[in-house]
Structures are given as structure tokens and as C-alpha cells.
Design a protein around this ligand. Structure first.
Ligand code: B3K
Ligand code: ZN
Length: 876
């Protein structure tokens, strides 16, 4: 296939100042008339052809300056319209008519139908499936959109901006006209038409303008949009208070649809959401669902400034909007909830998804330099590592410097399509900082490793820390120069708290940050009376690994004594992961006691310490997952061994802490009615983890069965059902519970997704048969991305023992599923393929099986560009 390269970027020859679209909506034969006012860029030769992008389009009509061009004046193919015979004038109009079949569009890109609702998805290159266009983010145009439809089918007609007109037409049809005054790239275009219910509210902006807020959902589901509306209003207020960003149109709309390739989309003034990130009530949504809704509503809303008002020059700059917007939504959630708890959750996700990506065959820089299919670059690296890079800029510049830089960025680039260089320059110009070396974070793939050694000299009262940074390029030939790495730290004393030093040399230290810039620093602290324990990377100040890690004794000390709450969690988590990893290296009969006495005691002291927040205790008590242990072990992975260790560890802690867990479980019974707030969610989380340990410790799920029966909310219910299915899959109690759940929710697909996922993630080789059987279950559909992810995605990415069956049948199943899906929805198929990204770390037998399965898929003719790209890189 063709590879697109960053260095080949050049501005388009033509611009499109205004875009007038007219849609006549019919389920199988929609007509789109586009009238574009085209302008030749200064300096471009007048006879330069106008080349417009298309994708599976058929041209039904064409006029240039109102005239039908001569047959040899243009060429049209499904993926391109070339107008060779262009007028000599600098500006001219092009009118294009295309016909679409929205009902047949199973890719869910461009204009499609979801449950009878017409909707669009244009990022990254979906607009070219609607009409021929300069479908690239640096072509900004002012859109006016007229929509006509049968009133009965689609009483609701929405597009971006403000509604300027609407009315009745003949034969039961009606129309609406929308105008968006803000120039925007085509990927932010949206249209929705259908018959939906609405929840309305208003928001008054900081300058006193009233904005109408509307959330559209299926009729009858309106009460389930209340939390999303609340999250939206809080997001709008927060962005004003935190970053001075005010909303700019008279109306802001969100539409929930049930067939959607990703989470949501930030179309100007008309966000379109996967309904699972809008709809929630206590009966159907877990606390995690609520937290996701809050974060995603915020994320899409924040894009209005970081993405829409300032967009990306080209798709290589994707992290310009995504990394920054993820950082903003992280900060929002931290302010709405508990900052430390939020940060821990972020770090866990980063390590679980981004670190393996950055260490494997799909590694790429935060700003990639080449791609063959851009949709494959909406990755954890672009999003999550992209956010970490922005966080480091704040750590380096401080709150004030960061805000000044961001203000300058908004002031300079509002209304433009910008680059990472311009973003960095705004921070440099606002603060005088030199970020040239720092900018390498955008261009160098891989996770840097820090090697630390230290010693204390009592005589001269000196503490010396030697820190080396090393970046092993995950892909051949990738750059790996030393980077500017901000390391937040403290020197923790045996007495209490952080020590002060009288002088420091060997690296720049500002406040509690060591700035690493060289391959090796010898940092010398003077005036240190006793040997401290260094607490490094507090708040995970840089996305790096530390190796070798501190000694067990020092980690245990930090887990108890680090004045930094995040630091305590990090030390405990490192200690626990290491002991699990060590247990995996022992023979099966020497694996019963995974943790030493002291580690068990730390766990229990945290469990019993009521001065901690519930949510923090729940996180500390949550063991690293099987995939986390696998990642730490690194190679020759045997998932069955890791699973055995994990089970043994849960059992050991469950027994060791039985009294405390029983006290927590019974003491934290729900008090009063359900509330999704962070404190209540934390309470449920701690109670549920106590329940897990009680079941593991006693090897008995009776308590879980009782909890399932008594649960009055989905958080407790889903947790109890998971314990039943994962610990005692074949008991009557479990079978009854699964049946009860199904009976209650069979008509609520996003709730049934939990039912699919819980079964798909039950450990053990037999689960593959269950998953195969579930694909035939009514309620499962290969056409719906949520269903596919809930069953196939959860099985392949969240069931290490089932998916990695030694006989390779798990890999065969996944590759067949991908082959089947690819014809209809390549984006979803390609995403599923990423479950194979760490296959080279498996033990040789499984590695061979995985390779065979992928080669089988690869041998198919007609694979999509999406799957072909991931497959080729994974196998390379
Ligand atoms: N910008 C969209 C993602 C579009 C993905 C296209 N394959 C959602 C978001 O990041 O907010
Ligand atoms: Zn985004």
C-alpha cells in the first residue's frame, strides 16, 4: 500500500472557503449536493488541476462555475475527482452531486444508519465517503447544511452550528438549515436525523451568554442521560475556571447512537457518542461506567478548543489535539474526584496499554512520521503518552508557566490548523524556556529506562545518586538521543518526612524535580545526616521504567513511610509485582506463599487504616493483573503459570486478612440510596475487593451469590457475578445468576455487553467454547462494534489463559473473527488485531501457534488496508 510521510507535507493548491451541503435523506438512496467555493492559493499556477478525495463514491452530477464541464475536463473514480479544466479566476464554484446508501454502510464511516437514525462519522477520512472534497484537516471551510427528510422517519434534523431555518415541505417531508460560523475541517462535520428523545438544559457562560444544551437518546431512555448532562455542565464550568475557555455557539448537542466505532466524536456543536458513554443509571451502569461517561463527555467538550478552534495541520499532528485533550480530561476528573486515586488509575492504564505498545512491533512515536492507514494511529501512544508529554511540560514549567504558554497558544493559533512545533514554541515564547531537547519526546518511540544507584557517606553527610537514562529503540533505526526527563522525588528519612539538603550538584534540581538531560548524572546532595530512601517518579512524573528497582526493604519502607500518597502506592505495587514475578519463576509446589510476611502485613495495615480514602485502599489492595505480571516478566511468557501465581496470591492474602476483609465487607454495607459520586464509589470498591478476598481465601463463592442476589446497583451486581463466573463457573448458583441477569437485561444491549464480557474473561482453556457458543446467542451481532468488543475483544485482550490456550485455538479463533469482520468493518477488525501485539514475548510453543494463525490470516486475498497494516507490522 501507499505510505504517507510527514516530510512530504505540503499545503493544498486550493482552499474551500464555504461549503453548502444539501441532503435528501432516503435510507437506501440519499442524495448529497455540495456547492464549494474554491480558491486557488496565491502562487499556484492557474492550470493546476483540482484534485478532490473520494471513497466509494459515485458522481451523479458536476458543475464548475454553474456550467457542466466538457467530458474531457474532468475524471471521476470512486476515490478521486480530478477537475483538469479549471477556470482561470482565483475563485470559482464547484457543484457536486453524489448518491449514497446509508443503510448499506457497515464500516460506520461517512453517513450511515444506526437503529434507524442517520448519523455520520468523518474523522479521520470519512467525509470523502459523503462527497468529493479536500478531505484534510488544514482545509477549513464555513458550512451551511440543508437537510430534507420524511417527517415521519426523521422528525429530528441536526447538523453543526446554529439552526437558521426549518419548515414543512410537500408529501410529508420537512427540512432544516444549519449554519456553523466557525471555519472547520471536514472531519468535524456531522449530521444526525431520526426520531429520538431529548433532555434539555441551559448553561450560562462566564460572559453571560446562555447556551442551550440538548442530549438526544432513544425514546424512553431520557432519565439515563441525566448524569451525562450534569457532567457536561461541570465540564463547561471547569474549562472556564481552569483554562479561561468559553463555549462559542448558542447550542451544544450530544447524540447517543448504538453503532459506533469508538467512544465518541467531537464534531463542532454536535458531539456524537457511543450510547454506552452517555446512558447510565444505578440499575444498568457501574461506577466505572459513570467515571468513563464523565471523562468522555468532558474530553469531547474540551475538544471544542483543543481540536476544533485550533485543529491539526495534518494527521501526523494528531497528538496536538488528542494528547492535550486527554491531559485536560485527566485534570478535570482529578478535580472532580480524588487526585491521587485518579493518577494511580491513569498510570495503571498507561502501563497496561501504552507500555506494551511502545515495547512491541506496533511501537511508534507520539508524533508518527509515516502511516499507511491513519485510523490505526488512534493509539495509547498518541493519546495517553501524548497526555503524559503535556503533563511533563507542566511539571517543567510549573502551573503558571504552563498556563501562560497555553494562553499564548490559544491566542496565536485560534482558527488555525497547527503543528507540534507551534505548540512547543508557544510555551517557549511565553516562559523563555528552551524545550528543544524536551521535544524529542514527540519523535522518539520507546519507553526510556532509568538505572539508579545511590550511596550515603556519613562523614561528609553526602548522598549521591547516579542516574542513567537509556532508550532501546523498539523499531530498527529509531532515534534514541538522551531526553529531558523530569523526575519528581523526595529523600525520605527514617524519622519522618522528606529531608532537606544544603546544596545539590550534578543535575539541575528545581523544587522537587530533578531534570535529567545527560545519558548519566551523578547527583550529589550535601547536608544529609543519615541514609535516606529515595522516592523517585512521584506522581509518575515521566513515562519511564526504573530498573533495577529499589530493594524489598526500601520499598516496604516507602510503602509505609513515603509522605507522598502516590509514592506509597507505587512502592507497594512495585514490591507486590516483584514478589509475584519471583513466584512465577519458582516450581509449582513452591509457589503457595507468594508474598513475604512483611508484604502481607503492609496490605492489611492499609486495608485496616480508616484514615485513608476508601478508593485509595481499594487500589492498594488490587493486585497487578495477569497481563501486568506478564509484562514485567518480559519474555518466554507462560500465561498458565502466571494465572496460578495470581490465584495463589489472592488466596494467601484472603486467608491472611480474613478478619479485616470480613469487617470491611460487613461494615461497608450500602448506607442510604445509591449515588455515583466518587466517595460512594470508593466505598463500594473497597467493599467489593474485600468480598473478592473473602471468596478467594475460603475458596467459596456463597458470599458472592448472596451479594448478587442482594445487590441494588450494577456495580455490586456485576462484581458479584464476575466472582461467581470466574471462581465457580459450573455451580447452579452461577448458572442461575447468569440466567437472572440475562432475563432482566435481554433487551438492553449495552448491559448485556457486561454479561458477554464476564463470561468471555472466565479463566481457562474451556472459555473458548463458551465464547464460540455466545457468538450464536441472540443479542450478539457481528455488525455492532460494542458487541464484538464485549465478547471477542474482551476474550482476546482480557483472558490470558483462555486466549493463549497452548493448542493455539484462541489465536485461530481471533484471526478467523478478524477475517470475517474485515469485509464489513475494517476499523474494528484492525483494532481487534492489536491483541496479538505482544505475541513475541510468549514461550516458544505459543509463539509458533500465534505466528501460524496470523500467517493464515495474512494469506487471505482482499484484506483491508487497516488489517493488512497491523498484521504486517505485527509479523515483521
Ligand atoms: N477524535 C475522535 C476519534 C476519532 C477516531 C477516528 N478513527 C474521538 C476523540 O478522541 O475524542
Ligand atoms: Zn479526543
Amino acid at each position: 500500500g501507499t505510505v504517507i510521510r510527514l516530510e512530504d507535507y505540503r499545503p493544498s493548491d486550493y482552499l474551500i472557503d464555504t461549503t453548502d451541503l444539501a441532503f435528501t435523506l432516503e435510507p437506501e438512496a440519499t442524495t448529497v449536493r455540495a456547492k464549494l467555493s474554491v480558491r486557488r492559493r496565491a502562487g499556484v499556477a492557474p492550470d493546476t488541476p483540482l484534485v478532490l478525495d473520494g471513497d466509494e463514491l459515485t458522481l451523479a452530477g458536476l458543475k464548475v462555475n454553474g456550467e457542466t464541464p466538457a467530458e474531457n475536463g474532468y475524471t471521476a473514480s470512486p476515490d478521486r475527482l480530478v477537475i483538469g479544466d479549471v477556470p482561470a479566476d482565483e475563485t470559482f464554484t464547484v457543484e457536486i452531486e453524489t448518491r449514497l446508501n446509508p443503510s448499506a454502510n457497515k464500516q460506520l464511516m461517512g453517513l450511515y444508519r444506526s437503529n434507524g437514525t442517520y448519523c455520520t462519522q468523518c474523522e479521520a477520512e470519512g467525509f470523502r465517503r459523503i462527497t468529493y472534497f479536500l478531505d484534510r484537516p488544514d482545509v477549513l471551510s464555513v458550512y451551511t447544511v440543508r437537510i430534507e427528510a420524511r417527517t415521519e422517519d426523521a422528525p429530528l434534523l441536526l447538523s453543526n452550528g446554529n439552526r437558521t431555518e426549518s419548515g414543512r415541505l410537500e408529501n410529508g417531508w420537512h427540512y432544516a438549515v444549519w449554519h456553523d460560523p466557525f471555519p472547520k475541517p471536514s472531519y468535524l462535520f456531522a449530521l444526525v436525523a431520526g426520531n429520538l428523545g431529548v433532555v434539555r438544559d441551559t448553561f450560562t457562560t462566564m460572559s453571560g451568554r446562555e447556551v442551550a444544551l440538548e442530549i438526544y437518546v432513544e425514546h424512553g431512555k431520557e432519565p439515563r442521560a441525566a448524569y451525562a448532562m450534569d457532567a457536561l455542565k461541570r465540564s463547561m464550568k471547569w474549562d472556564e475556571e481552569t483554562f479561561g475557555r468559553e463555549y462559542d455557539l448558542d447550542i451544544f448537542m450530544i447524540v447517543a447512537v448504538s453503532d459506533f466505532n469508538m467512544g465518541a466524536m467531537e464534531n463542532k456543536g454536535l458531539n456524537i457518542f457511543n450510547d454506552k458513554y452517555v446512558l447510565a443509571d444505578e440499575r444498568t451502569a457501574t461506577d466505572a461506567d459513570y467515571a468513563n461517561i464523565e471523562a468522555i463527555i468532558a474530553h469531547e467538550y474540551f475538544h471544542n478548543w483543543t481540536g476544533n478552534r485550533i485543529t491539526c495541520r495534518d494527521w501526523f499532528q494528531l497528538c496536538l489535539k488528542e494528547g492535550l485533550t486527554v491531559f485536560r480530561d485527566h485534570e478535570f476528573s482529578a478535580d472532580m474526584r480524588s487526585r491521587t486515586v485518579k493518577r494511580i488509575a491513569e498510570v495503571k492504564l498507561l502501563k497496561a496499554h501504552q507500555f506494551p505498545e511502545d515495547a512491541g512491533p506496533l511501537a511508534h512515536p507520539v508524533r508518527p512520521r509515516r502511516y499507511s492507514e491513519i485510523n490505526n494511529f488512534y493509539t495509547a501512544t498518541v493519546y495517553e503518552k501524548g497526555s503524559e508529554v503535556v503533563r511533563m511540560i507542566r511539571t517543567i514549567l510549573g502551573e503558571d508557566g504552563f498556563r501562560k504558554g497555553l494562553d499564548l497558544y490559544f491566542e496565536r493559533h485560534d482558527g488555525e490548523a497547527a503543528t507540534i512545533e507551534q505548540f512547543i514554541k508557544a510555551f517557549e515564547d511565553a516562559t523563555g524556556a528552551d524545550l528543544a531537547q524536551f521535544a524529542l519526546w514527540y519523535d522518539q518511540p520507546g519507553t526510556p529506562n532509568l538505572t539508579v544507584s545511590s550511596h550515603h557517606d556519613a562523614g561528609p553527610k553526602r548522598f549521591t545518586m547516579t542516574i542513567e537514562q537509556r532508550l532501546t529503540p523498539p523499531i530498527e533505526g529509531a532515534p534514541h538521543a538522551p531526553m529531558h526527563i523530569p523526575v519528581k522525588f523526595g529523600l525520605v528519612s527514617a524519622g519522618s518526612g522528606d529531608m532537606e539538603w544544603t546544596a545539590v550538584s550534578g543535575a539541575e534540581v528545581t523544587g522537587d524535580v530533578i531534570h535529567l538531560r545527560e545519558p548519566k548524572h551523578t547527583v550529589v546532595f550535601e547536608g544529609i545526616n543519615e541514609r535516606p530512601v529515595a522516592s523517585l517518579l512521584r506522581g509518575f512524573s515521566a513515562p519511564v521504567t526504573l530498573f533495577p528497582e529499589a530493594e524489598d526493604a526500601d520499598l516496604a519502607f516507602l510503602a509505609r513511610n513515603d509522605p507522598d500518597e502516590y509514592g506509597r502506592w507505587q512502592a507497594l505495587s512495585t514490591l507486590v509485582t516483584r514478589q509475584m514475578k519471583q513466584a512465577a519463576a519458582r516450581s509449582a509446589d513452591e509457589r503457595g506463599e507468594v508474598f513475604d510476611e512483611e508484604t502481607c502485613a503492609i496490605f492489611m495495615d492499609i486495608a485496616a487504616d480508616d484514615s485513608y480514602e476508601h478508593a485509595y485502599r481499594a487500589l492498594c489492595l488490587t493486585m497487578p493483573g495477569e497481563n501486568d505480571i506478564a509484562r514485567e516478566i518480559g519474555n518466554d511468557i507462560d500465561p498458565d503459570t502466571i494465572h496460578a501465581v495470581h490465584r495463589a496470591a489472592s488466596r494467601q492474602l484472603g486467608r491472611f486478612g480474613e478478619r479485616i476483609f470480613a469487617r470491611l465487607f460487613h461494615g461497608l454495607e450500602p448506607a442510604g440510596s445509591y449515588s455515583p459520586d466518587a466517595a460512594s464509589a470508593g466505598r463500594r470498591a473497597l467493599r467489593n475487593i474485600a468480598l473478592s478476598y473473602l471468596c478467594h481465601g475460603s475458596q467459596d463463592t456463597a458470599l458472592a451469590a448472596k451479594a448478587f442476589a442482594q445487590a441494588d446497583n450494577m456495580t455490586d451486581r456485576a462484581h458479584a457475578l464476575t466472582l461467581l463466573v470466574h471462581l465457580s463457573p459450573r455451580t447452579d448458583e452461577t448458572i442461575d445468576a447468569l440466567k437472572a441477569f440475562q432475563d432482566e437485561f435481554r433487551n438492553e444491549p449495552i448491559v448485556m455487553d457486561k454479561w458477554f464480557t464476564i463470561q468471555a474473561t472466565a479463566p481457562g482453556a474451556e472459555t473458548l467454547e463458551t465464547v464460540k457458543a455466545l457468538t450464536g446467542q441472540t443479542g450478539f451481532s457481528w455488525d455492532n462494534p460494542n458487541r464484538v468488543r464485549a465478547l471477542i475483544g474482551a476474550f482476546s485482550a482480557g483472558n490470558p489463559t483462555g486466549f493463549n490456550r497452548p493448542d493455539g485455538e484462541g489465536y485461530q479463533f481471533l484471526c478467523q473473527a478478524i477475517g470475517r469482520l474485515d469485509g464489513a468493518n475494517p476499523q474494528v477488525a484492525a483494532r481487534l488485531m492489536t491483541a496479538m501485539r505482544s505475541w513475541k514475548n510468549l514461550e516458544p510453543g505459543r509463539r509458533e501457534m500465534a505466528r501460524k494463525a496470523m500467517e493464515g490470516l495474512s494469506a487471505r486475498p482482499r484484506l483491508s488496508r487497516d488489517v493488512r497494516d497491523i498484521l504486517d507490522r505485527t509479523l515483521a
